[in-house]
Ligand binder design. Structure first.
Ligand code: MEV
Length: 329
């Protein structure tokens, strides 16, 4: 039996634009998916998902695929079957053990589909744990590569490497196409507001693609986000307080550009404005948008307190940079 865990992430800058080859800077945060796997004597896969900030469920299905018999809402079931199934296939491939079956238990304190990289963290932790259970210790870069293949398959080729690379490596990272690097970043004072909902990443990415094909302004907006990311990256190398203030301003600009691309939501805008009015250095949605989370920068308690009184905000928490990426226990 092997357990592995991997962090979720927030985007400091660059979601959506990263899909079109612009750079992005996601930062891993201390909210983790923990996956325990045990090899079975047959080729079946049993997935037991707990604490996914939704009701847990169990699903068991066989070598031949087909519809698993389970009573669980469909999106949850799809997430479990597609992501965990893909991750297990990658582990089987890495260990050259195509017939291996597993009991998989998934626990996570990362809200699902809320822009915090829950699926990437589950996939990363599952690949690392299942490969290790089969006797292969993958290095985090290989886990990231394999996890990206899974996300790309599930999201019909529309995923970037950002979520999976960040979760596997930890810390702040920079992703531009296939070029993925870790960055030295200060511990940024992130405050996360969560509206209790989620967006459909596939639909939101497709929506931006359509807009970009149809309107020049949308293509220019994507390019402008890339410019912001490059400016933000230079700021991360400075350690003075002024740099943090400027990072916050760039986050505000990024949110405005994402809104122009149609991926914000009333709840996200409300939380962003509450954070700004409370004195946050900056605030923006994080991830695909449509609902889910915002991330604000504030070293004081003011944003956290203000968000607890914001009607659109269901949960607020401070998130530290997770310096460890995937860890096999
Ligand atoms: C989703 O967390 C981030 C997007 O940029 C999609 C991706 O990078 O795969 C919207």
């Amino acid at each position: 039996m092997v357990t592995a865990h991997a962090p979720g992430k927030v985007y400091l800058f660059g979601e959506h634009a990263v899909v079109y080859g612009e750079p992005a800077i996601p930062c891993a945060v201390e909210r983790r998916a923990t996956v325990t796997v045990e090899e079975r004597s047959d080729a079946r896969l049993r997935v037991d998902a707990k604490d996914l900030q939704l009701e847990g469920f169990t699903v068991e299905y066989g070598e031949t695929g087909g519809d698993p018999a389970v009573e669980a809402p469909n999106p949850m079931l799809e997430a479990a079957t597609q992501y965990v199934d893909g991750a297990v296939s990658q582990a089987r491939d890495a260990a050259d053990a195509p017939e291996a079956g597993f009991d998989v238990t998934v626990e996570s304190d990362i809200p699902l589909g809320a822009g915090l990289g829950s699926s990437a963290a589950v996939v990363v932790a599952t690949i690392a744990a299942a490969a290790s259970e089969l006797g292969v210790d993958l290095d985090p870069r290989e886990v990231a590569d394999r996890a990206y293949q899974v996300e790309a398959d599930v999201q019909d080729g529309q995923a970037s490497r950002a979520d999976t690379f960040c979760s596997a490596m930890g810390g702040a990272v920079r992703v531009e196409g296939d070029d993925c690097r870790t960055l030295d970043a200060p511990d940024l004072p992130f405050v996360i507001g969560y509206d209790g909902g989620s967006g459909d990443t596939g639909e939101l990415v497709a929506g931006v693609r359509e807009l970009r094909d149809e309107y020049d302004f949308a293509a220019d907006t994507v390019a402008a986000i890339g410019d912001l990311v490059r400016e933000g990256e230079a700021l991360l190398e400075r350690e003075d307080e002024g740099a943090l203030t400027e990072l916050g301003r760039l986050m505000d600009f990024d949110h405005g550009l994402l809104e122009a691309l149609g991926v914000s939501a009333r709840s996200l805008d409300s939380m962003v404005w509450t954070a700004r009015e409370a004195g946050a250095l900056g605030a923006k949605l994080t991830g695909a948008g449509g609902g889910g989370c915002i991330v604000a920068l504030d070293a004081t308690d003011a944003t956290e307190t203000a968000l607890t009184y914001e009607a659109a905000c269901e949960q607020v928490f401070r998130a530290e940079l997770a310096t460890d990426g995937v860890v096999v226990e």
